[in-house]
Design a protein around this ligand. Structure first.
Ligand SMILES: C[S@@+](CC[C@H](N)C(=O)[O-])C[C@H]1O[C@@H](n2cnc3c(N)ncnc32)[C@H](O)[C@@H]1O
Length: 207
């Protein structure tokens, strides 16, 4: 009789951020713009971005250990030294990161898949996240948030517009297409299904 294999404990084997204060430049000690991919899920956006922007350094943070583990395994197979992957809660991680102004771009593809009022406390795109991004982004640094849920997109746009550290990149805050040459898994699916995607682009105001 075949024995059932033991369950894989992804929480124990997924790559985790170090404890305490994190120097992003020490984490990825290369030249080139530093980019964040927040909640990358199955990670397609990370690999597509690494392919089109090989000069960039990319830190991906995903709360689900299983996805972080799988993306890390693929990263190692591809030998992508300029990419780091952490299985962590970005809300806890980002406030520990520095130095100020280290990040050139942050991507948040299709965040916050929760619809019940009581789950609002789980939201990533909220004021504490914007405060952390205001600290980490360089002057003129880009914050890109996209979703296929229109009222969420409006909420993100309004939140960002109301934060003193950001300027919307267009009058409405929305842009028509993804300018980064890298699409996430959800974005690919939305495109295949013909669903509109709502994209918000903002820039860090000069300090
Ligand atoms: C709807 S999925 C989108 C995944 C991917 N970005 C895409 O577009 O295909 C949202 C992702 O955000 C992750 N996530 C949610 N809260 C998070 C948090 N606090 N820290 C890091 N990742 C988070 C979820 O685990 C999930 O993978």
């Amino acid at each position: 009789m075949n024995a059932t294999p033991p369950p894989i404990r992804y929480g124990e084997i997924a790559p985790r951020a170090p404890e305490g204060a994190i120097d992003l430049n020490a984490l990825l000690p290369f030249d080139g713009p530093l980019e964040l991919d927040i909640g990358f899920g199955r990670g397609r956006s990370i690999f597509e971005r690494a392919a089109v922007a090989p000069e960039s350094r990319i830190l991906g943070v995903e709360i689900k250990s299983k996805w972080a583990f799988k993306v890390e395994e693929k990263r190692k197979r591809l030998g992508l030294e300029r990419v780091r992957i952490f299985a962590d809660d970005v809300r806890e991680l980002l406030p520990r990161c520095g130095p100020e102004g280290a990040v050139t771009r942050a991507f948040v593809h299709f965040p916050d898949p929760w619809w019940k009022h009581r789950h609002a406390r789980r939201f990533v795109v909220a004021e504490p996240f914007l405060d952390a991004m205001a600290f980490l982004l360089c002057d003129g640094g880009e914050l890109f948030v996209q979703t296929d849920v229109e009222d969420r997109a409006i909420r993100y746009r309004d939140l960002i517009a109301g934060h003193p550290a950001f300027d919307l990149a267009t009058e409405t805050g929305f842009i028509d297409s993804n300018p980064y040459g890298a699409r996430s898994n959800r974005e690919h699916r939305a495109d295949e299904d013909g669903l509109p995607v709502h994209r918000v682009l903002a820039r860090r105001r000069p300090r």
